[in-house]
Design a protein around this ligand. Structure first.
Ligand SMILES: [Mg+2]
Length: 178
């Protein structure tokens, strides 16, 4: 019954994994942030579950659909596979309190800075929250991490693989026995 719990790396998407062009959803517009595929492969190899948690209010605004988001993620996964990297789960929040599409016009607990997506992943996947962290580029990402009780690391651009390597070094120092 008991599954071994793994640490998770929660990754914001736009501005962390892919270059944020503003409501990016077309597969042909996917441009990886420098070092992102290597960073994700590094996390895979270090035994982390890699979980994307992304606000996609473009759905509520009527710019694109949930199917478009899923298509973009499938394309991202295929491109990552070419680098031997894998995302284990995607959580996307399509809601916005001021959206144009009635079905998605909701002040939803999943939308960061609220922690709903992370909390759901913690329930649905065999994750050890104490050894997990989130990487995001915005204060709302840090707030969501904090609300879910996982460490938050703010990425300000540059090479994501260098950044992840430093985070993993810090995590292994924090978790090593005294
Ligand atoms: Mg972002």
């Amino acid at each position: 019954m008991s599954r071994e719990r793994q640490p998770a790396a929660f990754l914001d998407r736009d501005g962390v994994i892919n270059v944020d062009h503003g409501y990016t959803y077309r597969p042909e517009d996917l441009v990886f942030v420098e070092g992102a595929p290597d960073a994700i492969r590094r996390l895979n190899e270090a035994g982390y579950l890699v979980v994307v948690v992304t606000n996609q209010s473009g759905v509520a605004r009527g710019y694109y659909t949930e199917d478009d988001v899923a298509r973009f993620h499938a394309h991202m996964q295929r491109e990552l596979a070419k680098a031997g990297a894998r995302i284990d789960a995607f959580y996307a929040c399509p809601y916005h309190a001021e959206g144009n599409v009635a079905a998605y016009r909701v002040d939803h607990p999943d939308r960061k800075p609220k922690p709903g997506m992370i909390l759901r992943a913690l329930r649905q996947l065999p994750i050890d929250p104490a050894r997990s962290f989130l990487i995001g580029d915005l204060p709302s990402d840090m707030a969501a991490a904090s609300g879910a009780g996982v460490a938050g690391h703010r990425f300000h651009g540059g090479d994501l693989d260098d950044f992840v390597a430093a985070v993993l070094l810090q995590a292994s120092a924090d978790n090593s026995p005294i």
